[in-house]
Design a binder for this molecule. Structure first.
Ligand code: TXA
Ligand code: MG
Length: 363
């Protein structure tokens, strides 16, 4: 790829007069790609109506060519040009959750003309709530196709610095709007299946969707996803750090944890660096442990920080890391979904962790 100079511009609160946003809008209109903050994660945007601009996203990210993109809108009137809008549930959901972290899979208006859908007859649409994202879409007067602004296989970026780490030299502009509030990607809800189906859980929960729709909503598991003809995103490798990630449930005792840390360190070297994300205090007894603290029972905070912390520990080349599991309810379901994909093992009990350690010792 041709190297370009990547600018990062911080934005102030006075968004409409913000030169960074007008510059970004101009770049979008010229068929370029730009990174911008949303309330979930940073996005890498391009003009969704231009095949060439959409292709550029795939090139910059090294994204598999058949993995479709979400089209971002700012005004509900933009929806008509992108999708078939007859379904009355669209209104319920847009009133209930837009602007916000919900993506809807709808029948595409003009599948062949829609470069973001990669040949599918459906399209993913989202109206983000972040003021910078909204100002950018409004000013560009375009529907904006945008995946997360990471290199394929890296965690989604939640700060402008993360985007810079991954895409420096590949894109002309990153709008720095600070840290993303939610920290994990939007809920993707398929409305083209017999029953509404969550393809990817996010900040908008199954319970909230069911409440607004007054209808049962299914949550796809890996088997459902594999059997679906159109769940492209789930076929691709999801981010997991280069070192093993062990997720530990609340029932795992500190005693067994200490024992397993000692045993894992025996395999390498006693002062080998390892990592921990969570609220337990045992880890601070190890001077070679890089601890990333998150308060207990703060699932929102866990969601906001998890990609950042996984990225930071991965960058420090820790030999392995432990992460506390959050309770699998409401938003915790989504956080656990990302942890499951990033992890090597999940241990719910002392017994499970113990037998894993024993099996390691036999090797
Ligand atoms: O929060 C988010 O959704 C962020 C911000 C930037 O908006 N975007 C994001 O995009 O996470 P991306 O490309 O990383 O994830 C989009 C997901 C992928 O799993 C993709 O396969 C799926 O949505 N998707 C897109 N179009 C689809 C379609 N027509 N049918 C089924 N899945 C689709
Ligand atoms: Mg992504």
């Amino acid at each position: 790829m041709l190297e370009v100079k990547t600018k990062i511009i911080k934005v102030s609160q006075d968004l409409i007069n913000e030169p960074a946003i007008s510059e970004a809008a101009m770049l979008l209109r010229a068929g370029q790609v730009v990174a911008f903050p949303t309330e979930t994660v940073y996005g890498l945007g391009a003009d969704a109506t231009s095949k060439d601009a959409v292709e550029l996203i795939y090139k910059v990210k090294n994204r598999p060519a058949d993995n479709p993109l979400i089209v971002h809108i700012e005004d509900i009137n933009q929806l008509k040009s992108i999708s078939v809008c007859e379904d009355p549930r669209i209104r319920l959901l847009s009133v209930g959750f837009w602007p916000g972290p919900l993506t809807l899979i709808l029948p595409a208006k003009d599948p062949l003309k829609n470069a973001a859908s990669r040949g599918l007859d459906t399209v993913a649409v989202r109206m983000p709530s972040h003021p910078v994202a909204r100002a950018l879409i409004r000013l560009s007067e375009l529907p904006v196709a945008a995946p997360s602004a990471n290199l394929s296989g890296r965690p989604s970026p939640t700060t402008a610095e993360h985007v810079f780490e991954d895409l420096k030299g590949r894109i002309p502009l990153i709008i720095d709007g600070g840290e993303c509030q939610i920290g994990i990607e939007s809920t993707v809800l398929d409305l083209t299946t017999p029953k509404p189906l969550i393809l990817r859980p996010g900040r908008v929960t199954k319970e909230e969707l069911e409440h607004v729709l007054d209808q049962e909503v299914l949550l796809a598991n890996n088997d459902t996803l594999r059997s679906l003809p159109r769940s492209p995103g789930t076929r691709y490798r999801h981010y997991s750090p280069s070192s093993p990630v062990f997720v530990v449930g609340q029932n795992v005792s500190d005693t067994i944890l200490n024992k397993s840390i000692r045993s894992l360190l025996n395999h390498s070297h006693q002062n080998t660096k390892f990592g921990y994300i969570g609220w337990r205090t045992v880890f601070s007894n190890y001077s070679n442990c890089v601890v990333k603290e998150i308060d207990k029972d703060r699932t929102d905070e866990f969601g906001r920080l998890i990609y950042r912390y996984l990225r930071e520990l991965d960058d420090k080349s820790v030999a392995f890391m432990f992460v506390d599991a959050v309770p699998s309810k409401e938003f915790g379901v989504s956080v656990m979904d990302r942890l499951r994909r990033a992890s090597t093992h999940i241990f719910q009990s002392d017994l499970e962790l113990n037998s894993f350690i024993l099996s390691q010792n036999k090797e």
